[in-house]
Each structure stands twice: as C-alpha cells, then as structure tokens.
Design a protein around this ligand. Structure first.
Ligand code: CP
Length: 337
C-alpha cells in the first residue's frame, strides 16, 4: 500500500477507541476511526515483522454461510499474520444450521470460543442479528445485497494509495448497482468523507437503490448522475469501479442472462479514459473486465485484494484492542514532522 500518509493529527483527534465494537456497516465507525484504520494498514504493510505477534493467543471465527474466496481467506490470513489462530466454516452444510439452529444461537455458542467473529450470510440484516447475540465483536463480511464494510475499507485504501486521498474525485460505478452490496457500502462511506461526484452506470433494471441515492442527496458536497452508457462518460472519471452482475440474487435466470454482459471493459474502451484513471473491482469478475486489462497500469483490482488483507489486519487488531508494536511512535513522529 503506497500513497501519502494520512494525517495522524486528524486520526488521533477524537480519541475514541473501537475496542469491542462490532462493525456491521461502516456507520459503526467515525470517519476519524476509518482514517486511523487506513493509517494503521499503511504501517502494517511496511512493518510486517514488528506486527507478527500483535494478536498472539487470539482466536478468530469465520462463519461463512455463503461462498467466498477473498473475504474469508483474507480475514483468516490477517489473523494468522498477526499471530492469532482461526476456526470456522466455509459453507454451512456441515454446521448445525442444517439442523435448524438460528444465527443467534450459533453466535451465543461460538462467542464462547473466540475473541472476534467474521460472518457472511445471504440474508440482509443477518450480521446485525449475529452482533446482537454475540459477546465478542462481530464483523460483517457481507450480508445479502446490503453491505460489505471491509470491502469498502479495501476500496478506500486503494483510492488512498492511487490518489493520496479518497475524495475530491469523480468516481464511476458500473454494472449491477442494485444488488452490488460493495457499491452501497462504498457510496455511503464516501458520502461521509464528502466532495465526491458519482457517475452511476447501469442498465435501468439494475439502478442504484433509492436509499443509497437518498444518502447522496443528503450530502451537500456530493452529487450523482445516472447513465446507461459507459463509453460516453469514461473520459471524465478518476476511478472506475466495475461490478459483477450478481447472478445469485436474481429471481429470474433469463433476466440475468440478458443483463450479465452489458458492460465489458477492454483496452478499446480504456483508450478513452484518463491515463491516471484507476480501475477497481471487488472481484470475483466474470466477463466485465477483459483479462487484457490486467497488465494496464490503471488496473488496481489486485492491489485491492492486498489492501483488503492489510485493512482486515488493522480492523481485527483494533477491535481486539491489541496495539501494533511501534505504531504509536510511528504516528507520533508524523505529528511532530
Ligand atoms: N470481494 C469479495 O467479497 O470476494 P469474495 O466473494 O471472494 O469474498
């Protein structure tokens, strides 16, 4: 993770701790706390050995009721790289959910075993139910089409790395803006930072939900336009956030097949983009970014993957109250500099 360091004066300003906090949406954290996580992730990236025992003796549970590659493995890798251990399940088929156990009872059980839980579930609101039942912090790793806060942390870290800031940008979001929970989390969080122009690019069937548009409307320094054509707006964008059409959330397969390849970003379309534009994607991709784009310097989506792990390291250690060795001194030096 590169980019200009965040102001540690700012990040220490509110003095609030997130120890013991469940993170269901990023509204559970202040902007200052999010900035501190970004700052910690920068520190972790350049101090891997120093932080390797930060969470010695801790145990993370990953309860994934829905498929995942990046989120589960990065939550787990993050804890292992901090010195902790991991338990959990990937798919609920072998858990007691198949016998009818409720999420609440599962969390009342698992929170006896571990220090922190990451949960992914296909139902919106499931992570909140889990947090209410748990005696340890719960982190939402994606609840249906609702929110995916730690993906947003990865997205913010990538914008920070590419531009030295997360706002003052024109950001295009393209594809399935109805079911794409990462889009909803990202827009809502960027509105809190303010000063962002959103270009919402989708077929009319997959428009951004009204509750997300309301959030932009309620933010005086942010604005949006909705368009259906990527090529007419790509030249205006500082960042383009591509998304997969979320097959698993469609009720009708014909609709999915009709809409899935609406947008395919290739080098031809990128020729009209700024040379500094960053292409983000939460992944997995299907067809929406041609593989030829992977070697274009504007492709930032595999940086996002790495940033996701670093941000989860910052978040896990922070909700546990485990201080990163050397971090305070590093932060104070920046205040003095
Ligand atoms: N970005 C993301 O959530 O990927 P996974 O579904 O592989 O976890």
């Amino acid at each position: 993770m590169k980019g200009e360091p965040l102001s540690s004066v700012q990040q220490h300003a509110d003095g609030q701790s997130i120890v013991g906090t469940s993170v269901i949406t990023l509204d559970d954290l202040t902007v200052t706390q999010i900035e501190e996580l970004l700052h910690k992730a920068q520190y972790i990236d350049s101090h891997r050995k120093e932080v390797a025992h930060t969470c010695d003796g801790r145990v993370l549970a990953t309860l994934f009721y829905e498929p995942s590659t990046r989120t589960r493995l990065s939550f787990e890798t993050a804890m292992l790289r901090l010195g902790g251990k991991v338990i959990g399940f990937a798919g609920s088929q072998l858990s007691s959910a198949t016998k009818g156990e409720s999420i609440s009872d599962t969390l009342k059980t698992v929170s006896n075993y571990v220090d922190v839980v990451a949960i992914r579930h296909p139902k919106e609101g499931a992570a909140l139910v889990a947090a209410d039942a748990s005696s340890v912090p719960v982190i939402n790793a994606g609840d249906g089409g609702h929110m995916h806060p730690t993906q947003t942390l990865a997205d913010l870290a990538t914008l920070q790395s590419r531009f030295g800031r997360v706002n003052g940008l024109t950001i295009g979001l393209c594809g399935d803006l109805t079911f794409g929970r990462t889009v909803h989390s990202l827009i809502e969080t960027l509105c809190r930072f303010g000063n962002v122009r959103f270009v919402l690019i989708s077929p009319k069937e997959l428009r951004t939900p009204q509750y997300v548009l309301n959030r932009i409307n309620a933010t005086p320094t942010c604005s949006y336009e909705e368009v259906t054509d990527l090529s007419t707006v790509i030249g205006d964008l500082d960042a383009l956030y591509m998304t997969r059409v979320q097959k698993e959330r469609f009720f009708n397969e014909d609709d999915y097949l009709r809409l899935r390849d609406t947008y395919i970003l290739d080098e031809g379309k990128l020729a009209k983009a700024k040379p500094t534009m960053a292409v983000l994607h939460p992944l997995p991709r299907v067809n929406e970014i041609a593989t030829e784009v992977d070697v274009d310097p504007r492709a930032a989506y595999f940086e996002q993957v790495k940033n996701g792990m670093l941000m989860r390291m910052a978040l896990e250690s922070s909700v546990l109250g485990d201080e990163l060795p050397g971090y305070e001194q590093y932060a104070n030096q920046e205040v003095e500099a």
